[in-house]
Design a binder for this molecule. Sequence first.
Ligand code: DUR
Length: 133
Amino acid sequence: MSVDVDWKLLRDNAEAMIERAYAPYSGFPVGAAGLTSDGRVVLGCNVENVSYGLGICAEVALVAHLVATGRQPLVAVAVCDARGAILMPCGRCRQVLLEHGGSVLLVDHPSGPRRLAELLPDAFGPEDLEAAR
Ligand SMILES: O=c1ccn([C@H]2C[C@H](O)[C@@H](CO)O2)c(=O)[nH]1
């Protein structure tokens, strides 16, 4: 199924999540919004913890929302900081997004959306597990 991506809608939803973020330790709230193949918007924000390493990124929270609400493939994701500026997902988040959007996933970028394949080249994937069996 092909879906038109309304990037303004995604960015607005990501920015709205800044208000929900729980980031008392870094002071760096992050919001994320994703579009599913069936046209739904899923959301996430970072959720930090007093045990610093336990904090989760906005994109990981978004994937938890996705899985809890049907787990359709992700087709596009927008992430932003407190100013509403586009934020590129950290390395761990790129791997987490790959699992649910694949290499064709569109990720918002200041110079125009990028495919995840470009942001996470030569990615580790299920075929690597198969290859070693
Ligand atoms: O892609 C990213 C990068 C960072 N953060 C969060 C983690 C931490 O709570 C804060 C500062 O790194 O930003 C995200 O949510 N997503």
